[in-house]
Write a protein that binds this ligand. Structure first.
Ligand code: PEP
Ligand code: MG
Length: 866
């Protein structure tokens, strides 16, 4: 069997898979000679073994870690289980990827009645010894024995009340001893330190499967098979007295990316107190003032770590009786703005290359940069101020719990989750919230770290507010009482809370962002187009770097008020003449819109899809609309109702739509071609070099393409002859049905391009309705029946396989066909990576996703050539 236990001097930072991120970094820091309390790591593969054998620790594991433990004792100069010279341990989880706060931790392990008395004696600090013991019992009972922590808190609260000792600091050693006696009446916890250790290791492994860890893994696409390592590390104490404390720091500002050392420190507190946000910490300068040598050591350490890892680090440290200890380093979570600034700065500092810089930016980072910000001019009444934990602007109704957030959001309302502090149990609520507001906690509290990671706007440490969950109210410092359901706005960039819905402005891209996008363009092969049909969207797309339009859904041009009645009139026409008059009208609108698109796109390709949706989608639904339409088109409301009934379909998604409309109503297609080519002729006359690509949707065989191409070409040549001009154009098809992919070889003979419409292709490959899948996909995900939502990340095994086959067979038939993708997957980074591998020419996505796609395309290329 492979080695299962590694001492901190036996691994290094590259052993993440084996030792977990935390373990690997503890080893690396030990090797760097930093003051890390010594310990050992039980590997992540041991966690898999544990689960595979029905939650049993491997037979020889205990023997193996006892050897390691002996060596730790030698190094630390204490003994585990020895009342005269006790050594205590922390037992923590740590997977290959960071899952902050999702799994279990036990501190002060190794205490029992006798050893606590010994610790009191040895340290001369009985209050500290008994406080540590009661904390240990609480944690052990909670994590290992699954005894609800609230029972213990109730005992403490009652005791404090009865003895008139409101604060923890009022409690003496004797008080804690009395509380411990009550705790022990509640749980029968093991006195044997080795039994404690074994149970704690099992509990950490088991915590891999807690519901919150499962949700976190699902949200972050972390495979379940990864498992967690267990870190067993000698304890040092930040709560030993005033010359002790704990802190969390970042080597650069995680919110703005500024190159300044940034941290928070709590005097006389355990590390957990800082991370949990139970007390609001002081800025790191407080440490500089009171303990300058310790601060210097910390400062030098963070410099060394950042240079060594060549990335911004998030570090945790403890000071015990004036001695500095490093407990953790990891790559720091950061806002989008910070991620881009840090990456660009690090290239100028010579720390990383441009290609590495590109790999440092996640799609969420780019998105966050594009998020709305509060309009400074619109700012009105600021009712409270807190810490600017995660930037952006957000508006929503006040809710007080994660469950309430989920319910209110499901009912169609935007929510702001207001909590005293958040814990990992709140994750489902944080996920759906527009913004998060907490009364307690610093910039490194759970709420702040998680919100930044999700790109959700957040304000923490908002002490101006007092929250009463039971009454469902928040009261501001000025006495203003806000009720559940009231609308507030958060400015996460400034840390300000405002009443009502405040206007926001679109994010303005920074210079650093432009630099990053320039590098993306330098290193990518895939082109990026946008799905757009209005001139505004097209302009936005160009601004964000789109290299053409990959999908213009022409039906969207007819939905506007002032136009829709003509579309409806055309659908409801009793005869061809009547239909022709409405088509004339529609032609005018469509041609004008096309012309504008050609103007904006200045010679770049514009892929225009022929009408796609089922016709009944255009018809009015409300009585009021039916009556109004009847008056507009001179028909009776009854006839409209009847037509609507006739047009309604059992399975509209599989029904009378796509190119099937052209087959039955060739005159609609003729009108559309006239509009496209008419606009192209106008544009060409103005020297705009238009490049229309006519796209036929939802095809199942080549005969459909031939039929429609014939209608199109007849119309096109008529127009060229009439105007004595010729413009370039292409005719191609959308690959949206499995049959089209299966028959791609034959389709190839009649097309110049193929664009994969992976929304419909996924729908038809799975037989999952696009419109209804949201009802069951969450259950499929939580029950592990599928790994990802196939409508978000391309299913490379099935849909991808169809694409691959379609490309290779059509390419064999005819060279020179261009391939693209225009389903929602065109903006999804993992799908983009697959499209890069497939050798598509372009991906097309919504305008705001264009920068994400540019970066993802570059990342795909950099990774492929690594
Ligand atoms: C698709 O099916 O992937 C597509 C882009 O078309 P639509 O979403 O309009 O059906
Ligand atoms: Mg489609």
């Amino acid at each position: 069997m492979a080695k299962r236990v590694y001492l901190f001097n036996e691994g290094n930072k590259d052993d993440r898979e084996l030792l977990g991120g935390k373990g690997a970094n503890l080893c690396e820091m030990t090797n760097l000679g930093l003051p890390v309390p010594f310990g050992f790591v039980i590997t992540a593969p041991t966690c898999r073994e544990f689960f595979e054998s029905g939650n049993k620790l491997p037979n020889l594991l205990e023997q193996e870690y006892r050897v390691a433990l002996d060596l730790v004792e030698k190094k630390m100069g204490g003994r585990f289980g020895d009342p005269d010279n006790p050594l205590l341990f922390s037992v923590r989880s740590g997977a290959a990827v960071s899952m902050p706060g999702m799994m279990s931790t036990i501190l002060n392990l190794g205490l029992n009645d006798e050893i606590t008395a010994g610790l009191a004696n040895k340290t001369g600090n009985p209050r500290f010894a008994y406080d540590s013991y009661r904390r240990f019992i609480q944690m052990f009972a909670d994590v290992v024995m699954e005894k609800d922590g609230e029972h213990f808190e109730d005992i403490i609260t009652e005791y404090k009340k009865a003895h008139d000792k409101p604060l923890d600091v009022d409690m003496s050693a004797e008080d804690w001893q009395a509380v411990i006696a009550k705790f022990k009446a509640l749980v029968d916890f093991p006195q044997d330190p080795f039994e404690q250790l074994r149970l704690a290791i099992e509990a950490v492994f088991l915590s891999w499967h807690t519901p919150r860890a499962n949700v976190y893994r699902e949200m972050n696409n972390i495979p379940e098979s990864m498992g967690t390592a267990v870190n067993v590390q000698a304890m040092v104490f930040g709560n030993f007295g005033d010359d002790s404390g704990s802190g969390v720091a970042f080597t650069r500002n995680p919110s703005t990316g500024e190159h300044v050392f940034f941290g928070e420190y709590l005097f006389n507190a355990a590390g957990e107190d800082v991370v949990a946000g139970i007390r609001t910490p002081e800025p790191i300068d407080a440490l500089k003032e009171r303990m300058p040598e310790v601060y210097q050591q910390l400062f030098d350490t963070q410099l060394l770590l950042e240079k060594h890892y060549r990335d911004m680090q998030d570090i945790e440290f403890t000071v015990q009786e004036g001695r500095f200890y490093m407990l953790q380093t990891r790559s720091g979570k950061r806002t989008g703005r910070a991620a881009i600034k840090i990456a660009v700065d690090m290239v100028s500092e010579g720390l990383i290359s441009e290609k590495e810089a590109l790999l440092r930016v996640s799609p969420e980072h780019v998105e966050a940069l594009l998020h709305p910000m509060i309009d400074p001019k619109a700012k009105t009444e600021i009712i409270a101020k807190g810490l600017p934990a995660s930037p952006g602007g957000a508006t929503g109704q006040i809710v007080f719990s994660a469950d309430e957030a989920v319910q209110t959001e499901a009912a169609g309302h935007k929510v702001i989750l207001v909590r005293r502090e958040t814990t990992p149990e709140d994750i489902h609520g944080m996920k759906v919230a527009e913004g998060i507001l907490t009364e307690l906690g610093g910039m490194t509290s759970h709420a702040a770290v998680v919100a930044r990671g999700m790109g959700v706007c957040a304000i923490t440490g908002c002490g101006d507010l007092s929250i009463d969950h039971n009454a469902g109210t928040v009261t501001t410092a000025a006495g203003l009482v806000l009720q559940r359901g009231e609308v507030i706005t958060l400015d996460g960039t400034a840390g300000e809370v405002m009443l009502g819905d405040i206007a926001k402005v679109e994010a303005s891209a920074s210079e650093d962002f432009k630099v990053m996008l320039k590098w993306a363009d330098k290193y990518r092969r895939l082109k990026v187009r946008a799905n757009a049909e209005t001139p505004e969207d097209a302009r936005k797309a160009r601004e964000l770097g789109a290299e053409g339009i990959g999908l213009c859904r022409t039906e969207h041009m007819f939905f506007e008020a002032g136009r829709i009645q003509y579309m409806r009139g055309m659908i409801l026409a009793d005869n061809d003449d009547e239909r022709a008059t409405y088509l004339e009208k529609l032609l005018t609108f469509q041609q004008q819109d096309m012309l504008e698109l050609f103007e904006v796109m200045k010679g770049l390709p514009v892929t225009i899809r022929l009408l796609d949706p089922p016709l009944h989608e255009f018809l009015p639904h409300t009585e009021e609309d039916i009556v109004a339409l009847a008056a507009q088109i001179g028909k009776s409301p009854d006839s409209i109702r009847e037509a609507a009934t006739q047009l309604s379909e059992v399975n509209p998604m599989l029904g009378f739509r796509g190119c099937r409309l052209s087959v039955v109503y060739p005159q609609i297609t003729e009108m559309q071609i006239k509009a496209i080519i008419g606009a192209a002729i106008d544009a060409a006359k103005r020297g705009l070099n238009p490049f229309p690509e006519i796209m036929i949707p939802l095809v199942v065989n080549v005969r459909e393409i031939r039929l429609i191409t014939e209608i199109a070409e007849r119309t096109i040549y008529d127009m060229f002859a009439k105007h004595s001009v010729s413009v370039r154009y292409k005719i191609g098809t959308m690959m949206e049905t499995p049959r089209a992919c299966l028959g791609a070889r034959r389709l190839a003979t009649s097309v110049e391009f193929m664009s994969f419409g992976t929304n419909d292709l996924t729908q038809m490959t799975y037989g999952f309705s696009r419109d209804d899948a949201a009802r069951f996909i969450p259950a499929y995900l939580s029950k592990n029946l599928i790994e990802n939502d196939p409508f978000v990340s391309l299913d490379t095994r099935a849909v991808g396989r169809l694409m691959k086959m379609a490309i290779s067979e059509s390419r064999e038939e005819k060279k020179g066909i261009k391939y693209g993708i225009c389903g929602e997957h065109g903006g999804d980074p993992s799908s983009i990576r697959f499209c890069h591998e497939l050798g598509l020419e372009y991906v097309s996505c919504s305008p705001y996703r264009v920068p994400v796609a540019r970066i993802a395309a570059a990342q795909a290329n950099v990774m492929a050539n690594k």
